[in-house]
Design a protein around this ligand. Sequence first.
Ligand code: SF4
Length: 336
Amino acid sequence: MAIQDLPVVTSPFTPQVSDEDPLDLIEEIEALKKREDATILAHFYVGGEIQDIADFTGDSLKLARDATKVTTKTIVFAGVHFMAESAKIMNPEKRVLLPDLHAGCSLAESCPADRLKSYQETLRAQGREFETVAYINTTAAVKSLCDWIVTSGNAREIIETKVDKNKEILFVPDQHLGRYITEVTGRPMILWPGSCMVHEVFSLQDLNRAKKNNPGALVMAHPECPPNLLSVADVVGGTEKMRQYVFARKEPTKFLVATEANMIHPLQKIAPWHEYIPVPGIMTDTGETCACNKCPHMALNTLAKVRDCLRDGKPEISWQPYFEQARFVLDRSLLK
Ligand code: SF4
C-alpha cells in the first residue's frame, strides 16, 4: 500500500485550524450568549483570544468559586474536563458546556479512581491510618474518594489547619507539588507518582541558558515543575500567586516564566510594565525548542468550538451519582 493510500489518523491534539474570521466568531458568540443565557469561564492556560471574551478568567480555584456566582442558566467552561466537572458539581441546576470533550488532563489521568481506591484499601489492610489529600487537578470520581481538595494556593493552610495531625497523608496525584508542600509544611507524605506533561518537560538546562541570556531576570515557576527547577526559582507559586506577585512589584523587571505559555497573557494584562519570557520546553533533535510548554488539552479550546457548543448545546457535563460526595469534599475544602 502506498503511503498516500493509508487512512488519515487524527489525534485529538491535531491542531484545529479554522479559516473563519475571529471577529465574526466573537460577534456570533456574543449573540449566542444572549440567546442561551450563558456565561463564559476561561482558564489562564487557554488562548488569549478566549480569555479576552470570557466573563471570568482565573485558575482552577478561582473559577470553581466564580462558578457559584454565575446567575445565567448556562456555563461554558473553556478549560479541561475536570474543571467543567467542578463547575457542574457546584451548580447542579445549571447546564455546563465544555467546548471539546477530549480536553482532559495528563495529571488527572495519572490517578484513575479505581487504582486509587484499591491503593487506599491496601493501606487500610496494613492498618495504616491516613487522610487522602487531592490536588484539584483530579476527576470528580477521585475527589469523591478523598478527604481534602487543595490547590497550590491553599495547600499549606489546609494541611496545617485541617488535616488530622495524628494521621499519615496520602497526596495525589502530583508528586512534584506534594514534594514541594512537604518542604513547606514539614509533613511527610505518601506521594502518588503522577505529574503534568507540560511542567514535567521544563529542562534545567534550558532555564539556565535563558538565565545566562537574560542577566538579572527573575525566575517564576509553578510548583508542578520538577524539584531541580524549583530549586533555582526566585518565586514559586500557582497562577494566581504569579499574578499577585508581578502586580505588587512596581519596578520594571524581566521574568522567566516556567508554566504553560498562555499564562503570559494574563501576566501582561495585569502588569504590562514587566517583560515576560516563557521558559522553553525540551530541545528537539534539530536544536529547536518544541512547543512543550503549551498544554495540548487546553489548546483544544478554540473560538469556533466555543461558538459551536453554545449553538448546539453540547458537549454537556452530565450529573453523576458520585458528584454528591465530591461536592461535600470540595465544599468543606475550598469554599468555606
Ligand atoms: S497544564 Fe498540565 S495540569 Fe494543566 S490541564 Fe494541562 S496537563 Fe493538566
